[in-house]
Design a protein around this ligand. Structure first.
Ligand SMILES: Nc1nc2c(ncn2[C@@H]2O[C@H](COP(=O)(O)OP(=O)(O)OP(=O)(O)O)[C@@H](O)[C@H]2O)c(=O)[nH]1
Ligand SMILES: [Mg+2]
Length: 390
């Protein structure tokens, strides 16, 4: 074959390939047109725009979302499906375990000691004090452990672990009533008031709690009685809207008690199960702000009893959290503690200290910034998670 022949056949092959491609394209477009009944191609549904995310928005991967029915062409809200409360602890256990929690690591080092000599006990004591367990509970725990472990020592690691577990569970007091009072009497809504100093995690906790309550089938209204910053109400509203929960808000700088009042009135009118009220962060040392909190509670109680006052304490603040707790308890009759930011905290001992000090149980624990990183506080599970090595 000459060079001219080769070029000729190459051109012919190219022409043939072009004809085949053109034919395929024509057949496919005809078939699509037939499927659409000759209508012009519908516009692609707009990709749901991301809700503006405040800097305080959870940073975790988006959970599953459900598209709800479109009515009369109104854009359908996309609602999250919150994680079922039951499966949380297994997932969150790792955040408390020795691999990521210095408090847990300190406890486990006791079990890995070859011999329980004076030095090992001193180390443990130092760990417990650093973890803000408080002097009384520390002495109690060391005394209990010394007594139980003096016979077999830690020669039998399984026994030593069991002893440590039992002593810790006893310290956390499994007999306290930790039920959240979210619903009221006679079918009326329960009112949950959430209080605490700045940045402890109040709004985040309410957002997470709303998800838990929605997952349990409750109907809710949120009240943004933090009128101090406009962004605070936006932050709360964003949390609520993701699970279809409305937020009642007032003007920035307005009277927080009146927003709380309106939220409760709306809850009654809508026949919801729970009204959860967010309040502004306030320093326990500022008398005016603490008085304002008392007023919010009194105003709400003109309509309905407050069924739960949750004080959010940041676990990483340790002993300071305890001081805050005392002052808040004087003003609003705290009924439950939420210990936030326990993930990675070396101050897990505060659980015991705060319950002892106030006689108020820890009811919820915050274990991360993710939307479902809130768990009920169950003493046995908590201690098991601390002592797990996962
Ligand atoms: N790691 C961790 N971070 C948390 C937890 N709970 C809340 N946070 C973070 O703490 C920061 C403050 O949370 P907010 O909920 O805004 O606190 P707040 O008490 O409402 O703050 P103010 O309204 O300003 O008083 C945010 O960055 C949250 O993501 C938790 O359990 N673990
Ligand atoms: Mg807030």
């Amino acid at each position: 074959m000459t060079g001219v022949d080769t070029i000729f056949w190459l051109i012919m092959a190219g022409v043939f390939a072009a004809i085949v491609v053109a034919a395929v394209v024509i057949v496919r477009s005809n078939r699509q047109a037939a499927l659409r009944g000759g209508e012009p191609a519908p516009e692609l549904a707009p990709v749901a725009e991301h809700t503006p995310v405040s800097p305080l928005e959870p940073a975790e991967a988006e959970p599953a979302a459900v598209q709800v029915a479109v009515e009369d062409g109104v854009e359908a809200p996309v609602l999250d499906v919150p994680e079922a409360p039951g499966s949380r602890m297994a997932r969150l256990r790792r955040r408390l375990s020795a691999s990521s929690n210095p408090f847990a690591r300190g406890l486990l080092s006791l079990l890995s000691a070859d011999r329980l000599d004076a030095e090992a006990w001193e180390d443990l004591e130092a760990t417990l004090i650093t973890a803000d367990l408080g002097v009384g509970p520390t002495t109690e725990l060391i005394g209990g452990l010394r007594k139980e472990l003096s016979i077999d020592g830690v020669a039998d690691p399984a026994k030593a672990r069991q002893v440590l577990r039992d002593q810790l569970v006893g310290l956390v007091d499994p007999s306290l009533d930790r039920e959240l009072r979210v619903t009221g009497e006679d079918g009326r809504p329960g009112v949950v008031l959430v209080v605490g100093v700045n940045g402890t995690g109040k709004t985040t906790t309410i957002g997470k709690l709303a998800r838990v309550l929605v997952a349990e089938g409750h109907r809710l209204v949120l009240g943004a009685a933090d009128t101090f910053r406009a962004a605070a109400a936006d932050q709360l509203e964003t949390w609520g809207s993701r699970v279809g929960v409305p937020t009642v808000r007032g003007p920035e700088g307005g009277d927080p008690a009146s927003v709380a009042f309106d939220a409760v009135a709306r809850g009654i009118a809508d026949g919801v199960d729970v009204v959860v009220i967010d309040t502004a962060g306030r320093l326990h040392t500022k008398t005016g702000l603490m008085d304002e909190l008392g007023k919010i509670k009194r105003v709400v109680e003109r309509q309905l009893p407050v069924t739960e006052v949750l004080l959010v304490i940041d676990a990483t603040t340790g002993q300071n959290g305890l001081t805050q707790a005392r002052v808040f308890a004087e003003v609003v009759d705290v009924t439950g503690i939420v210990l936030s930011k326990l993930d990675g905290s070396a101050k897990g001992g505060i659980v015991v200290a705060v319950q002892r000090e106030l006689g108020v149980p820890v009811k919820l624990i915050g274990l991360g910034e993710g939307v479902d990183d809130l768990a009920p506080f169950v003493p046995g599970e908590f201690v098991d998670a601390l002592l797990s090595e996962g």
